[in-house]
Design a protein around this ligand. Structure first.
Ligand SMILES: Nc1ncnc2c1ncn2[C@@H]1O[C@H](COP(=O)(O)OP(=O)(O)O)[C@@H](O)[C@H]1O
Ligand SMILES: [Mg+2]
Length: 203
């Protein structure tokens, strides 16, 4: 198996599943965590990710097909999505995909799900815009949780894609409003979180 990426939480390998290119995502142990707690967390996130990757398909959100889950080995084998993470696209191409990322966020939130790590690295542009990395996702109907998702992706836009932040955020919130009835409430909370940040820095 070829190691594609060694992440903070998981190693990503390129492999094959019955002749098809596949990704094997293996959550490795964190040495500083209590071993029992660590094993429980990795197991929970593995199972959660697999079920959520599947679940979002019913919301018409493209996601890799889950081929196999090995909870004891904290491993998911899933479809390899041919494409490029939005994060790695040239800055100028980012705004053009933000409306769709916003629509996806709105679909998740209006179905009572937060992604938990909503960043431009977790959308792969292939034959469609694929959502990945759902190990931290969870069911929630608290607008404050949805605001955390929106705040995170705005922060990434402002740091990794700063030159195009303004038009990207406008497109993102536009798409979000299309699919999320409570968009205004959530975006108000985002503004409030930002206000707090500024205040904290001043003080
Ligand atoms: N199904 C997949 N198809 C293609 N590339 C993938 C797939 N899953 C993950 N990757 C690549 O590996 C990277 C890390 O995977 P991810 O699930 O986001 O784990 P992490 O928790 O380390 O962020 C992604 O940003 C993407 O580049
Ligand atoms: Mg990721």
């Amino acid at each position: 198996m070829e190691l594609v990426k060694r992440g903070a939480e998981a190693d990503i390998y390129l492999t094959e599943w019955f002749g098809r290119p596949a990704i094997s995502k293996v959550r490795h142990p964190k040495p500083y965590r209590n071993p029992d707690l660590d094993a429980r967390l990795r197991r929970r996130r593995t199972l959660r990710e697999a079920s959520m990757l599947h679940m979002v398909k019913s919301l018409h959100i493209p996601s890799p097909l889950v081929y196999f889950v090995d909870a004891a080995r904290h491993t998911i084998i899933m479809e390899y999505v041919r494409g490029t993470p939005v994060h790695s696209l040239p800055d100028g191409d980012i705004p053009g995909h933000c409306r769709e990322m916003g629509r996806v966020a709105g679909l998740l939130h209006s179905a009572g799900i937060m992604h938990g790590d909503l960043t431009t690295s977790n959308f792969i542009l292939g034959e469609g815009l694929f959502l990945i990395d759902m190990g931290l996702s969870r069911r929630t109907t608290k607008p404050e949780d949805w605001a955390v998702d929106m705040r995170l992706i705005k922060e990434i836009l402002g740091s990794a894609h700063a030159r195009v932040l303004e038009e990207s955020w406008e497109a993102l919130t536009d798409g979000y409003a299309q699919t999320m009835p409570r968009h205004a409430e959530v975006l108000r909370l985002v503004a409030r979180i930002e206000g707090r940040g500024r205040y904290a820095r001043v003080v």
